[in-house]
Design a protein around this ligand. Structure first.
Ligand SMILES: [Zn+2]
Length: 114
């Protein structure tokens, strides 16, 4: 389960920020996750519980900001919803596009601490 590794590095970053700001408690963490990031939300939540245990982030809330996959057509410059099947065909002109603009995000969007 690679979510555990991902969550563990995310938590390292969170705790480092908390330390540098002198925070005693982390209340809420928001992660931006693309539809094609290959992350399963349920596994992520499980990993979150594991890595926050016995830290100042224990009992905090994990929020997932889901980013839909969007691609751009090279032929007509249309931006469109790409879906999650890795075959992106333009709804306007039918061209296949490999130009994924968003959907692979996996980043820390927000941390609430005090
Ligand atoms: Zn097109």
């Amino acid at each position: 389960m690679h979510e555990l590794g991902l969550m563990s590095s995310a938590m390292d970053a969170v705790l480092q920020q908390a330390r540098s700001r002198g925070a005693q408690r982390v209340h809420r963490i928001v992660l931006r996750i693309g539809a094609l990031a290959g992350v399963e939300p349920e596994s992520l939540r499980f990993a979150f519980d594991v890595v926050t245990r016995d830290t100042i982030a224990a009992g905090s809330t994990l929020e997932v900001d889901a980013v839909p996959a969007r691609a751009r057509c090279a032929a007509c410059a249309e931006d469109f919803d790409a879906g999650t099947d890795y075959v992106f065909s333009c709804p306007r002109c039918g061209q296949l596009s490999g130009d994924l603009r968003q959907g692979r995000e996996l980043e820390l969007a927000q941390i609430e601490m005090s």
